[in-house]
Design a binder for this molecule. Structure first.
Ligand code: BTN
Length: 263
Protein backbone atom coordinates (compact mmCIF):
# COMPACT_ATOMS: atom_id res chain seq x y z
CA UNK A 1 0.00 0.00 0.00
CA UNK A 2 1.23 3.51 -0.79
CA UNK A 3 2.56 5.41 2.22
CA UNK A 4 0.91 8.82 2.58
CA UNK A 5 2.56 11.66 4.42
CA UNK A 6 1.35 11.94 8.00
CA UNK A 7 0.71 15.67 8.29
CA UNK A 8 -0.55 15.44 11.88
CA UNK A 9 2.79 13.94 12.92
CA UNK A 10 4.61 16.86 11.26
CA UNK A 11 2.34 19.42 12.94
CA UNK A 12 2.75 17.81 16.36
CA UNK A 13 6.53 17.55 16.20
CA UNK A 14 7.51 20.77 14.45
CA UNK A 15 9.87 22.88 16.57
CA UNK A 16 10.08 26.08 14.54
CA UNK A 17 8.91 29.59 15.26
CA UNK A 18 7.26 30.23 11.92
CA UNK A 19 8.39 27.87 9.15
CA UNK A 20 5.68 25.33 8.47
CA UNK A 21 3.51 26.54 11.36
CA UNK A 22 0.93 27.21 8.69
CA UNK A 23 1.12 23.99 6.69
CA UNK A 24 -1.05 22.97 3.75
CA UNK A 25 -1.18 19.45 2.38
CA UNK A 26 -2.47 18.35 -1.00
CA UNK A 27 -2.61 14.79 -2.19
CA UNK A 28 -2.25 16.07 -5.74
CA UNK A 29 -1.37 19.55 -6.93
CA UNK A 30 -0.05 21.03 -10.18
CA UNK A 31 3.06 22.50 -8.56
CA UNK A 32 3.55 23.35 -4.88
CA UNK A 33 5.46 26.49 -5.96
CA UNK A 34 2.53 27.73 -8.09
CA UNK A 35 0.02 26.98 -5.35
CA UNK A 36 2.11 28.80 -2.74
CA UNK A 37 2.58 31.86 -4.97
CA UNK A 38 -1.22 32.01 -5.21
CA UNK A 39 -1.53 31.87 -1.41
CA UNK A 40 1.19 34.51 -1.05
CA UNK A 41 -0.75 36.88 -3.31
CA UNK A 42 -3.73 36.29 -1.04
CA UNK A 43 -1.67 37.47 1.96
CA UNK A 44 -0.26 34.20 3.38
CA UNK A 45 2.27 34.76 6.18
CA UNK A 46 6.01 34.21 6.00
CA UNK A 47 6.79 30.60 6.76
CA UNK A 48 3.63 29.21 5.16
CA UNK A 49 4.49 25.84 3.63
CA UNK A 50 2.88 23.40 1.23
CA UNK A 51 3.51 19.69 0.93
CA UNK A 52 2.12 17.51 -1.81
CA UNK A 53 2.08 13.75 -2.20
CA UNK A 54 2.37 14.17 -5.94
CA UNK A 55 2.57 16.99 -8.51
CA UNK A 56 1.11 16.92 -12.00
CA UNK A 57 3.30 19.78 -13.30
CA UNK A 58 6.26 19.85 -10.93
CA UNK A 59 8.85 22.26 -12.29
CA UNK A 60 12.61 22.51 -12.11
CA UNK A 61 14.99 25.18 -13.36
CA UNK A 62 15.06 26.10 -17.05
CA UNK A 63 11.48 24.88 -17.51
CA UNK A 64 12.41 21.24 -16.86
CA UNK A 65 9.71 18.96 -15.48
CA UNK A 66 10.23 17.59 -11.97
CA UNK A 67 9.44 13.89 -11.66
CA UNK A 68 7.00 13.71 -8.71
CA UNK A 69 5.67 10.18 -8.08
CA UNK A 70 3.51 9.69 -4.95
CA UNK A 71 4.68 7.78 -1.88
CA UNK A 72 8.45 8.20 -2.15
CA UNK A 73 9.56 11.79 -2.47
CA UNK A 74 9.26 15.18 -0.83
CA UNK A 75 7.68 18.07 -2.72
CA UNK A 76 7.75 21.07 -0.43
CA UNK A 77 7.45 24.83 -0.92
CA UNK A 78 8.03 27.51 1.70
CA UNK A 79 7.16 31.21 1.59
CA UNK A 80 9.61 33.93 2.65
CA UNK A 81 9.01 37.66 2.86
CA UNK A 82 12.52 39.07 3.36
CA UNK A 83 12.88 42.74 4.15
CA UNK A 84 16.15 42.92 2.26
CA UNK A 85 16.86 44.62 -1.05
CA UNK A 86 16.73 42.06 -3.88
CA UNK A 87 20.47 42.48 -4.45
CA UNK A 88 21.20 41.07 -0.99
CA UNK A 89 19.24 37.92 -1.76
CA UNK A 90 21.70 36.50 -4.27
CA UNK A 91 23.23 33.36 -2.85
CA UNK A 92 20.19 32.51 -0.75
CA UNK A 93 19.57 29.26 -2.66
CA UNK A 94 23.06 28.07 -1.64
CA UNK A 95 22.14 28.75 1.99
CA UNK A 96 18.94 26.74 1.61
CA UNK A 97 20.80 23.97 -0.23
CA UNK A 98 23.05 23.75 2.81
CA UNK A 99 19.99 23.49 5.09
CA UNK A 100 18.69 20.53 3.07
CA UNK A 101 22.10 18.83 2.88
CA UNK A 102 22.60 19.18 6.63
CA UNK A 103 19.06 17.93 7.33
CA UNK A 104 19.68 14.78 5.25
CA UNK A 105 22.92 14.26 7.20
CA UNK A 106 20.92 14.39 10.44
CA UNK A 107 18.70 11.51 9.24
CA UNK A 108 21.30 9.33 7.45
CA UNK A 109 25.09 8.88 7.47
CA UNK A 110 25.24 10.60 4.04
CA UNK A 111 27.25 13.71 3.23
CA UNK A 112 25.20 15.50 0.60
CA UNK A 113 27.01 17.92 -1.69
CA UNK A 114 25.65 21.10 -3.24
CA UNK A 115 26.11 21.39 -6.96
CA UNK A 116 25.91 25.05 -7.81
CA UNK A 117 23.47 26.63 -8.06
CA UNK A 118 20.65 24.45 -6.79
CA UNK A 119 21.24 20.70 -6.98
CA UNK A 120 21.76 18.22 -4.17
CA UNK A 121 24.23 15.48 -5.01
CA UNK A 122 25.07 12.19 -3.37
CA UNK A 123 27.87 10.00 -4.73
CA UNK A 124 27.93 12.08 -7.91
CA UNK A 125 24.20 11.76 -8.62
CA UNK A 126 21.39 14.23 -8.23
CA UNK A 127 19.01 13.30 -5.43
CA UNK A 128 17.22 16.63 -5.18
CA UNK A 129 16.90 20.18 -6.39
CA UNK A 130 15.79 23.62 -5.25
CA UNK A 131 13.79 26.14 -7.22
CA UNK A 132 13.74 29.66 -5.78
CA UNK A 133 11.29 32.06 -7.38
CA UNK A 134 11.34 35.77 -6.63
CA UNK A 135 8.15 37.84 -6.98
CA UNK A 136 8.19 41.63 -6.87
CA UNK A 137 4.59 42.75 -6.42
CA UNK A 138 3.11 46.12 -5.53
CA UNK A 139 2.44 44.92 -1.98
CA UNK A 140 6.07 43.87 -1.59
CA UNK A 141 8.44 41.10 -2.60
CA UNK A 142 8.28 37.47 -1.63
CA UNK A 143 10.25 34.33 -2.35
CA UNK A 144 8.90 30.88 -2.94
CA UNK A 145 11.44 28.18 -2.24
CA UNK A 146 10.58 24.81 -3.77
CA UNK A 147 12.37 21.63 -2.73
CA UNK A 148 12.11 18.34 -4.57
CA UNK A 149 13.82 15.29 -3.05
CA UNK A 150 14.01 11.69 -4.19
CA UNK A 151 13.87 9.96 -0.82
CA UNK A 152 12.67 6.35 -0.77
CA UNK A 153 12.48 5.79 -4.53
CA UNK A 154 13.60 2.29 -5.47
CA UNK A 155 13.38 3.05 -9.17
CA UNK A 156 14.44 6.05 -11.22
CA UNK A 157 13.02 6.45 -14.75
CA UNK A 158 15.36 5.15 -17.42
CA UNK A 159 15.91 8.56 -19.00
CA UNK A 160 17.15 9.99 -15.66
CA UNK A 161 19.00 7.05 -14.15
CA UNK A 162 22.45 8.00 -15.51
CA UNK A 163 22.46 11.21 -13.52
CA UNK A 164 19.73 10.95 -10.86
CA UNK A 165 19.22 8.76 -7.82
CA UNK A 166 17.49 8.71 -4.43
CA UNK A 167 18.64 8.81 -0.83
CA UNK A 168 17.50 5.19 -0.45
CA UNK A 169 19.37 3.97 -3.52
CA UNK A 170 22.59 5.71 -2.44
CA UNK A 171 22.55 4.88 1.29
CA UNK A 172 20.25 1.89 1.73
CA UNK A 173 18.35 3.95 4.35
CA UNK A 174 14.58 3.97 4.03
CA UNK A 175 13.44 7.16 5.74
CA UNK A 176 10.28 8.22 7.47
CA UNK A 177 9.83 11.24 5.18
CA UNK A 178 8.07 13.21 7.89
CA UNK A 179 11.22 13.22 10.08
CA UNK A 180 13.29 14.56 7.19
CA UNK A 181 10.69 17.26 6.51
CA UNK A 182 10.86 18.33 10.17
CA UNK A 183 14.64 18.57 9.98
CA UNK A 184 14.51 20.49 6.70
CA UNK A 185 12.09 23.07 8.11
CA UNK A 186 14.16 23.53 11.28
CA UNK A 187 17.41 23.93 9.34
CA UNK A 188 15.83 26.31 6.83
CA UNK A 189 14.59 28.53 9.62
CA UNK A 190 17.99 28.68 11.34
CA UNK A 191 19.94 29.32 8.12
CA UNK A 192 17.48 31.92 6.87
CA UNK A 193 18.01 33.86 10.09
CA UNK A 194 21.78 33.65 9.58
CA UNK A 195 21.49 34.66 5.93
CA UNK A 196 19.34 37.70 6.75
CA UNK A 197 21.91 38.78 9.37
CA UNK A 198 25.10 38.32 7.36
CA UNK A 199 24.50 36.78 3.93
CA UNK A 200 26.66 33.76 3.13
CA UNK A 201 29.44 34.94 5.43
CA UNK A 202 28.48 32.85 8.46
CA UNK A 203 27.61 29.82 6.32
CA UNK A 204 30.70 29.88 4.14
CA UNK A 205 32.83 27.59 6.29
CA UNK A 206 30.19 24.88 6.31
CA UNK A 207 29.36 25.31 2.62
CA UNK A 208 32.90 25.09 1.29
CA UNK A 209 33.56 21.38 1.94
CA UNK A 210 30.13 20.55 0.50
CA UNK A 211 30.68 22.53 -2.70
CA UNK A 212 30.55 19.78 -5.32
CA UNK A 213 32.14 21.66 -8.21
CA UNK A 214 35.39 22.73 -6.51
CA UNK A 215 38.38 21.64 -8.61
CA UNK A 216 36.18 20.20 -11.36
CA UNK A 217 36.41 21.12 -15.05
CA UNK A 218 33.22 22.81 -16.09
CA UNK A 219 31.49 24.54 -18.92
CA UNK A 220 29.00 27.13 -17.66
CA UNK A 221 26.40 28.41 -20.10
CA UNK A 222 25.97 31.96 -18.81
CA UNK A 223 23.81 33.16 -21.72
CA UNK A 224 22.43 31.53 -24.86
CA UNK A 225 25.43 30.49 -26.93
CA UNK A 226 27.90 31.95 -24.40
CA UNK A 227 29.88 29.63 -22.16
CA UNK A 228 32.77 29.89 -19.74
CA UNK A 229 35.10 26.87 -19.68
CA UNK A 230 37.66 26.17 -17.01
CA UNK A 231 38.20 24.88 -13.49
CA UNK A 232 35.71 25.79 -10.77
CA UNK A 233 37.40 27.06 -7.63
CA UNK A 234 34.43 27.79 -5.39
CA UNK A 235 31.87 30.53 -4.81
CA UNK A 236 31.85 34.10 -3.55
CA UNK A 237 29.68 35.75 -0.94
CA UNK A 238 27.12 36.79 -3.58
CA UNK A 239 26.69 33.11 -4.46
CA UNK A 240 28.48 33.39 -7.81
CA UNK A 241 30.44 30.40 -9.13
CA UNK A 242 34.14 31.17 -9.60
CA UNK A 243 35.86 29.62 -12.61
CA UNK A 244 39.47 29.99 -13.75
CA UNK A 245 39.29 30.13 -17.54
CA UNK A 246 41.84 29.22 -20.23
CA UNK A 247 43.54 32.63 -19.84
CA UNK A 248 44.03 32.09 -16.12
CA UNK A 249 41.40 34.72 -15.31
CA UNK A 250 38.85 34.17 -12.56
CA UNK A 251 35.36 34.59 -14.01
CA UNK A 252 32.33 35.13 -11.76
CA UNK A 253 29.26 33.28 -13.03
CA UNK A 254 26.18 34.75 -11.36
CA UNK A 255 23.78 32.36 -13.01
CA UNK A 256 23.98 29.63 -15.57
CA UNK A 257 23.85 25.94 -16.29
CA UNK A 258 26.91 23.85 -15.52
CA UNK A 259 28.15 20.81 -17.38
CA UNK A 260 31.17 18.86 -16.18
CA UNK A 261 33.73 18.40 -18.93
CA UNK A 262 36.90 16.39 -19.47
CA UNK A 263 40.15 18.18 -18.55
C1 BTN B 1 15.70 21.67 -10.13
O1 BTN B 1 16.46 20.75 -9.83
O2 BTN B 1 15.71 22.18 -11.25
C2 BTN B 1 14.75 22.18 -9.09
C3 BTN B 1 13.63 21.21 -8.80
C4 BTN B 1 12.63 21.74 -7.81
C5 BTN B 1 11.43 20.83 -7.68
C6 BTN B 1 10.52 21.25 -6.57
S1 BTN B 1 9.33 20.02 -6.15
C7 BTN B 1 8.48 21.16 -5.14
C8 BTN B 1 8.49 22.49 -5.86
N1 BTN B 1 7.38 22.57 -6.79
C9 BTN B 1 7.78 22.61 -8.06
O3 BTN B 1 7.03 22.67 -9.05
N2 BTN B 1 9.13 22.59 -8.11
C10 BTN B 1 9.71 22.52 -6.80
Amino acid sequence: MMQRLNIDYIRENLRTLSLGQSLYYFEKVSSTNDKLAELARGGAAEGTAILAETQTSGRGRSGNAWYSPPGFGIYLSVLFRPELPAIRLSGITLAWGLSCARAIGQCTPATVMIKWPNDLYLHGRKIGGLLTEHFAEEEGQFLVLGIGLNVNNELIPLELCDTASSIYLETGCGLYREDLILKILENLEADYRRFVASGLDELREELEPRFYLTKRWVSVEIAKGESVRGVATGFDLQGALLVIDGQGQTVRCQSGTVTEIEA
